[in-house]
Design a protein around this ligand. Structure first.
Ligand code: MLT
Length: 264
């Protein structure tokens, strides 16, 4: 489905009934990374997946991007769907957007799920790497970004043994436009440090991390779990950064058991 939100066309899927779970995808993917979650969770929850601005079937304007703007788009979509409260699930960049969303719209949040993400801002070196990757995207296109990112997103075992999953992630990346990829990179480089926010989070929070996650390792997840009041932490064995795709059953179970504690 498409909705006109904040001047652009935003693509989303809305299935199931019950407490809304809103899924925010990683960089540089699309909402189709959540197929296994849609399939498993729609019998108990209302599951909404969004192609964030710059991705998939949503518009990817050639203009500046920010994570606050992405959070505004999510809020605009909730308004469009007449949803007052939701559990926000963000994986990696989706988690950065979940922080931005909580900063602006905490009253709309029933619970937070941070998967394979981190609270810290980029280091200067990390920002430089974003700039360099944006140049690669501009000069060589999304295929070159897929070559770089696949090694970071999936564990070595997955890369070796699951060619169909590797191809699926590659197809997601290659389907994106350079404007969105470069826009995201600049937006992520400019995101604020969310460490000070952690102690201010008062809603129920679940943290999930693949035990083999390299970009946002279990130590980052533990840091969030230590600082967010009463946060739960699930470490997913034999999964890298895209733990929802590498171990969908365990990932879904963590979401389901957390979500059911919030259903009245
Ligand atoms: C992601 O998976 O969204 C990215 O790895 C996040 C990042 O580059 O910081």
């Amino acid at each position: 489905m498409l909705a006109q939100i904040n001047g652009i066309s935003l693509a989303f899927t809305d299935q199931g009934i019950g407490l809304p779970l809103v899924f925010l995808h990683a960089f540089p993917l699309t909402r189709s990374m959540w197929s296994e979650q849609e399939h498993a969770l729609t019998s108990q929850f209302r599951v909404i997946t969004i192609d964030l601005r710059g991705h998939g079937e949503s518009d990817a304007p050639l203009w500046r991007y920010s994570l606050d703007q992405a959070a505004d788009d999510v809020c605009g979509l909730l308004d469009h769907l007449s949803i007052r409260h939701a559990i926000i699930v963000g994986l990696s960049m989706g988690g950065y957007i979940a922080f931005a969303f909580y900063r602006k719209y905490a009253d709309r949040v029933k619970g937070l799920i941070f998967a394979d993400t981190r609270a810290q801002a980029d280091t200067d070196e990390g920002k430089r790497a974003r700039f360099e990757m944006a140049q690669v995207a501009y000069k060589q296109g999304p295929g070159a970004i897929a070559d770089i990112m696949l090694q970071k997103l999936l564990s070595p075992t997955t890369i070796r043994t699951r060619p169909e999953l590797v191809q699926r992630v590659r197809t997601m990346i290659e389907g994106n436009q350079v404007s969105g990829i470069a826009g995201d990179l600049m937006a992520m480089a400019e995101r604020p440090d969310s460490l000070p926010l952690l102690q201010q989070i008062i809603c129920p929070t679940q943290i999930i991390v693949g035990e083999l996650d390299v970009p946002t390792p279990p130590s980052d997840a533990q840091l969030m779990a230590d600082r967010i009041h009463n946060a739960r932490l699930a470490v997913i064995p034999e999964a890298g950064h895209l733990s929802n795709l590498e171990q969908p059953e365990l990932f879904n179970e963590a979401i389901r058991s957390f979500g059911l504690t919030l259903v009245r």
